[in-house]
Design a protein around this ligand. Structure first.
Ligand SMILES: [Zn+2]
Length: 329
């Protein structure tokens, strides 16, 4: 597919704020739901999906043999937070994917509950009209620290092998470490899908790195190829190269072993030591951060992931280790 997308449209939210696009192919296939901007300070995924829809419009003109199997539904996540560039307004949208109760006057408990309702409605609408035999989620994120291009999945074999095809390190074990994420909602059966479902979160790099947009686009295009929506011969190798250039030299399959949760009462006092990047190798006992109780040491060795250098977020850092559970998936 095309490798030189146009610049993003001047109005980032366009005419339909929630839906970036819904592309329905001529042949049947999976329904791929791609989400950008679940966190409002992570617009790279939104821009990548906007560019992808420009490519899909142009592709048949320059490549008459182009065909698409199935459907692609691309959504913007936290609209209100995207407008202001904040991670969230009231609560983290990527921690509340579970049933919630509306007020008696139909009000929402939080700004994010309204956003979640809007996303679920868009997905349900697409599912109602769809003959797709399978549902595939790709949720696009970026991180505050540099150096993090990786995929996170549930521990089910089909999702793990799909993630591995993206050619970036894959982190397993996150579903048990984080509750209420988009990924867990799609994978845990909370959503009563009739179709089997594979789900991946893709982290494309630092929030402010221009390349994060290109990498999110590359991962989504490669995923469309891996699930059979587009043919191998219609996908430019440019996307593979974009991802290959970004990959850190770490094991290809890792698992989450530790999450440092920040006590909300101590949020203002939490300070990550400067200089940590994603996949920075750390030793047990190394001082990584501090809070009002003093220094915070690494409880084990491994690689640090998503060290928190912003003022919103409930987890200070994650530690992953090479997965040694035998055959990967
Ligand atoms: Zn995020």
């Amino acid at each position: 597919m095309l490798t030189k997308p146009d610049p993003p449209s001047p109005d980032p939210l366009g005419e339909s704020p929630r839906v970036i696009g819904h592309y329905v192919g001529e042949e049947s296939g999976p329904l791929v739901v791609a989400i950008g901007g679940i966190h409002g300070n992570e617009p790279a995924g939104v821009r990548a999906l906007e560019q992808l829809f420009e490519l899909l419009q142009e592709e048949p003109l320059v490549n008459p043999g182009f065909s698409f199997r199935g459907e692609l539904l691309a959504l913007r996540g936290n609209l209100e937070a995207l407008r202001t560039g904040r991670r969230y307004v009231d609560v983290d949208l990527n921690r509340i994917w579970k049933p919630f109760v509306k007020g008696i006057d139909d009000s929402y408990p939080t700004a994010e509950a309204r956003e979640l309702d809007g996303m679920l409605a868009a997905i349900e609408n697409a599912l109602e009209d769809s003959s797709a035999q399978e549902l595939v989620l790709i949720d696009l994120h970026t991180t505050t620290a540099d150096g993090g291009v990786f995929a996170v999945t549930g521990d089910d074999g089909p999702s793990l092998s799909l993630a591995a095809e993206l050619g970036v390190p894959v982190i397993k074990g996150m579903l048990s470490g984080l509750q209420g994420t988009t990924l867990s909602y799609f994978r845990s059966g909370a959503y009563d899908f009739e179709q089997p479902c594979r789900a991946i979160t893709f982290e494309s790099g630092a929030h402010t790195d221009e390349e994060s947009v290109a990498r999110a686009l590359a991962a989504t295009v490669n995923l469309l190829r891996s699930v059979g929506c587009v043919r191998e011969e219609d996908v430019s190798t440019h996307h593979e190269e974009t991802l290959r250039r970004a990959v850190t030299k770490v094991p290809t399959l890792l698992e989450l072993v530790y999450v440092h949760r920040i006590d909300p009462a101590d949020r203002a006092a939490f300070r990550m030591k400067p200089g940590y990047k994603n996949f920075h190798s750390i030793q047990a006992g190394e001082i990584l951060a501090s809070d009002s109780n003093g220094p915070i040491a690494a409880p084990c060795s491994g690689y640090i992931l998503m060290p928190l250098y912003q003022d919103q977020g409930e987890e200070g850092f994650f530690i992953v280790q090479e997965y040694e559970g035998g055959t990967a998936y």
